[in-house]
Design a protein around this ligand. Structure first.
Ligand SMILES: [Zn+2]
Length: 266
C-alpha cells in the first residue's frame, strides 16, 4: 500500500504496488467503516494479498478483498524508521507508471521494508534501495565510461585533485576531455565512484529475485542486504547527496521526504 486517500464517507482510494500488475489505484468500498470488509489490512506500507476487479477505461479498479500479510511497524519503533518507510512509498509513487509490471522492483521494495522494519541500518538500506531502483528502471548511473563520449575512463578518471566529475544531467561520470563543456557537474571522490559502481550492479546470478520455497506459496528474495556492507561510511554523504540530486533531475521535482534522509551513517 503506497497511499490511501479518503474518497467518500465510507470508501478509500488506495494506490498499490503489486507484483503482477505494477502500480495501480483502486477503490476500496466500505474501507472506512469500523467493521469494513478489509479487516484493517489497508494501511500505509502494509503487505497484503488482494483481489481486484478490473474496470474498463478511466474507471477505478475495485478492490474486493485484502488479507494482511505484514503490517509496517517502523512507526512504533522510531521516527527515523517511519520516515524511511514514507520515503520508499513516495519514491515508488513517482518512479512507477500505472500498470507497468515491475516484479523485481516489487521484490526489492519488500526487502527494503523488511530491513527498515527490522534492525537494518537506515542510511545504507535507502541508498542501496535507490541505486537498485535506478538500475531496474534503466537509469543506473554510468561509472566506467564517460557518459558524454563513451570512452572508457580507466586511469583518466581522476582530475589532478583526485576527484571525478559526474554529470547529473548526463547520468554518469565525465572524462577530462568532455568536462569543460559540461554543466551541472558534481565532483566525487574515487572511493565514492567505486562504491557507486558496486551499488548499481545486478545482484544474484541470473535473476535478481530468487524464488524460495515458503509455506504454501512461492516467495521471492531480493538480496538487498548483501549490498549494505558496500556503502563506505566516509563516502556516504557525497553519495547520498549525488543520488538525491540525480533523482530530482530525472523526476523533475524534489521529493517531500528527501530532507528527512539521514545525512551520515552514524
Ligand atoms: Zn568524454
Amino acid at each position: 500500500m503506497l497511499r490511501l486517500v479518503d474518497f467518500s464517507e465510507t470508501s478509500l482510494v488506495v494506490t498499490l504496488l503489486t507484483r503482477d500488475l505494477g502500480r495501480i489505484s483502486a477503490l476500496a468500498k466500505g474501507a472506512r467503516r469500523l467493521k469494513g470488509p478489509f479487516e484493517g489490512s489497508l494501511d500505509l506500507l502494509s503487505v497484503c494479498r488482494v483481489t481486484l476487479i478490473a474496470k474498463p477505461g478511466d474507471t477505478l479498479d475495485l478492490l474486493t478483498e485484502s488479507k494482511l500479510r505484514r503490517r509496517f511497524r517502523g512507526g512504533e519503533r522510531s521516527l527515523s524508521r517511519t520516515y524511511a518507510g514514507y520515503y520508499i512509498a513516495e519514491t515508488l509513487r513517482w518512479w512507477l507508471d500505472d500498470a507497468e509490471r515491475h516484479e523485481a522492483v516489487f521484490d526489492l521494495t519488500l526487502s527494503a521494508l523488511a530491513l527498515i522494519d527490522g534492525n537494518g541500518p537506515i542510511p545504507e538500506t535507502l541508498l542501496a534501495f535507490d541505486c537498485q531502483c535506478l538500475r531496474l528502471l534503466g537509469h543506473a548511473p554510468t561509472t566506467e565510461v564517460c557518459c558524454v563520449c563513451g570512452q572508457k575512463m580507466g586511469h583518466k578518471l581522476a582530475s589532478q585533485t583526485g576527484h571525478i566529475a559526474f554529470s547529473v544531467e548526463g547520468g554518469g561520470v565525465v572524462c577530462a576531455n568532455c568536462r569543460p563543456r559540461q554543466t551541472s557537474l558534481a565532483l566525487l571522490s574515487k572511493p565514492a565512484v567505486g562504491a557507486l559502481q558496486e551499488l548499481v550492479q545486478p545482484l544474484g546470478n541470473s535473476a535478481d529475485s530468487q524464488p524460495t520455497s515458503g509455506a504454501g506459496e512461492q516467495r521471492y528474495d531480493f538480496p538487498l542486504s548483501s549490498l549494505l556492507p558496500r556503502v563506505p561510511e566516509t563516502s556516504y554523504p557525497e553519495l547520498r547527496g549525488l543520488i538525491s540530486r540525480y533523482m530530482q533531475t530525472l523526476l523533475g521535482r524534489s521529493l517531500r521526504m528527501q530532507p528527512y534522509l539521514p545525512t551520515t551513517m552514524r
